[in-house]
Design a protein around this ligand. Structure first.
Ligand SMILES: Cc1cc2nc3c(=O)[nH]c(=O)nc-3n(C[C@H](O)[C@H](O)[C@H](O)COP(=O)(O)OP(=O)(O)OC[C@H]3O[C@@H](n4cnc5c(N)ncnc54)[C@H](O)[C@@H]3O)c2cc1C
Length: 449
């Protein structure tokens, strides 16, 4: 039984891995993070991720307090409405959301690259870039060695797979775990936010999360991302002085090219896309999005035409199947590495952060000698696996992220669309239902089951 402070190796400097690294470091537990990207600015990370109460709570618990304040200051302006639109930009429903006065109990819009820069702050000496994990070995003395593509190795007491959907650690540790194609494809685009592009959107859409239910099984989501800095990276004049002071000293902005933008993602069943869509990039990919949205409002199509070609990205959506229980050991997993989910409920990153916080708490108990390291890992996994795969199932059932959704069936699709629009219309107009919808929106994202 390892009773000394464990030394933890984390594979993957993504959302969950970096949050865990902060939490362990603050607790005095040794940690090293290995990331395949070559530098902190690598990766196509410019998109929006919605962080709800679960994610913000984990960040508050794991990050040093001043870094949590920087996280809050670097979020985009918070959404004030959850809108449901049809393909002609007509509102089916609009639900006012809570103001963002509470640091945790709210919905925040975060740019992935900005969040990464926040999470890398203060970990510069323990995050090793350009280290692609290839395999591990578990030793009889209870240690574990990670091997990397450059021939180097690292040895510690626990190896944490935080290496995302295609996890190489999972492939070796749980080779029977099933990751599968959910059957939908997204095309994500980013449009620079200017006076002209903003003017294409109704006011509630400018300040909201807007889900587009189009005819013919075409879906979309639109977010306007406005930050506290302008196009040349300087702070905007109206920034609150406390935030300005925090951001002026924060080195992360130097590595972050994120600027005000409109995130527009369109998706449908994979059957509707050209066969080579995953190989297309730039204006060719934007043209696919335009072809699939031919009956959408001219303003939405105008936005697509103005998308930055370098930002256009095809995403084949994956999901996972529940993994039967396994014997806990000196290898464990968190986030997408174990429970990849579709973006249907927008909780994948929130769940990765929740895992990080839970594992942190267990490892602190092990470091204090209150339980063995393996018991701490087992107690973490016993809680994480059920809630993780519950989120996988809910996510697959939502927002047409499964290619088998009724919405994509030839005749039922039309009825399903009418049903979905009817549901949102009625829910938004009946005060009791509207209140419940908004409460559920936060409760779901803040739930600790
Ligand atoms: C279109 C879309 C929208 C989404 N929107 C939301 C949302 O609004 N809210 C939300 O909560 N979630 C959202 N998600 C889900 C969310 O992005 C993921 O669930 C989350 O990023 C998972 O975090 P992670 O730490 O597990 O993995 P990641 O953040 O993917 O990090 C994995 C890291 O491991 C590295 N890595 C991989 N292999 C290796 C290797 N062999 N060696 C070394 N390093 C390696 C990768 O480079 C990466 O840095 C969305 C997902 C998609 C596709």
């Amino acid at each position: 039984m390892v009773t000394r402070t464990p030394h933890v190796l984390i594979i993957g400097a993504g959302t969950g891995g970096l949050c865990l690294a902060h939490g362990l470091r603050r607790a005095g537990i040794g940690v090293e993070v290995y990331e395949r990207h070559r530098s902190r600015a690598d990766g196509l990370l410019g998109y929006r991720v919605g962080i709800g109460p679960t994610g913000s709570r984990a960040l508050r618990d794991c990050l040093p307090p001043e870094l949590f304040d920087i996280y809050l200051a670097t979020c985009a302006r918070s959404p004030r409405y959850f809108n449901v639109l049809d393909q002609k930009l007509r509102p089916t429903a609009s639900f006012p959301l809570r103001p963002d006065t509470h640091p945790v109990d709210t919905e925040r819009s975060v740019a992935r690259m900005t969040l990464r820069q926040v999470l890398l702050t203060g970990l510069e000496d323990v995050v090793h870039f350009d280290r692609t994990f290839t395999r591990y070995e578990q030793h009889h003395d209870g240690t574990v060695t990670a091997h990397f593509a450059d021939g180097s190795t690292a040895t510690g007491d626990l190896l944490v797979a935080a290496d995302g959907t295609q996890s190489a650690v999972r492939r070796q540790y749980l080779p029977h775990a099933v990751i599968r194609d959910a059957g939908t494809i997204n095309i994500a685009t980013r449009i620079p936010l200017t006076d002209d592009t903003r003017a294409l959107l109704p006011p509630a859409v400018q300040r909201g999360i807007s889900l587009i239910f189009g005819t013919g099984g075409m879906m979309g989501v639109l977010h306007v991302m406005e930050f506290k800095w302008n196009a040349d990276g300087r702070l905007k004049p109206d920034v609150d002085p406390a935030d300005a002071a925090l951001l002026a000293d924060w080195p992360g902005l130097r590595h972050d090219s994120t600027r005000d933008n409109i995130n527009l993602v369109v998706w449908s069943t994979a059957r509707r896309f050209p066969e080579d869509v995953m190989r297309r990039r730039g204006s060719e990919l934007i043209q696919v999005a335009l072809d699939l949205t031919a009956n959408w409002h001219p303003r939405l199509r105008d936005l697509l035409r103005q998308a930055d070609p370098d930002s256009a990205l095809p995403i084949r959506v994956s999901t996972s199947e529940p993994v039967p229980p396994w014997h806990s050991s000196t290898v464990t997993l968190l986030g997408d590495a174990i429970h990849t989910m579709t973006p249907g409920r927008g909780v994948g990153a929130n769940t990765a952060l929740r895992d990080a916080n839970l594992l942190r708490r267990q490892l602190i108990l092990a470091a204090a000698g209150e339980k063995s390291l393996i018991q701490a890992v087992a107690d973490y996994e016993a809680v994480m696996v059920p809630y993780g795969f519950a989120r996988v199932a809910d996510s697959l059932a939502r927002s047409g992220t499964s290619g088998d959704d009724r919405m994509y069936k030839p005749v039922f699709g039309r009825l399903a669309l009418l049903g979905a629009r009817g549901y949102f219309r009625v829910t938004s107009r009946v005060p009791r239902l509207r209140r419940k919808f908004v409460d559920d929106f936060y409760t779901y994202r803040g739930e600790e089951d």
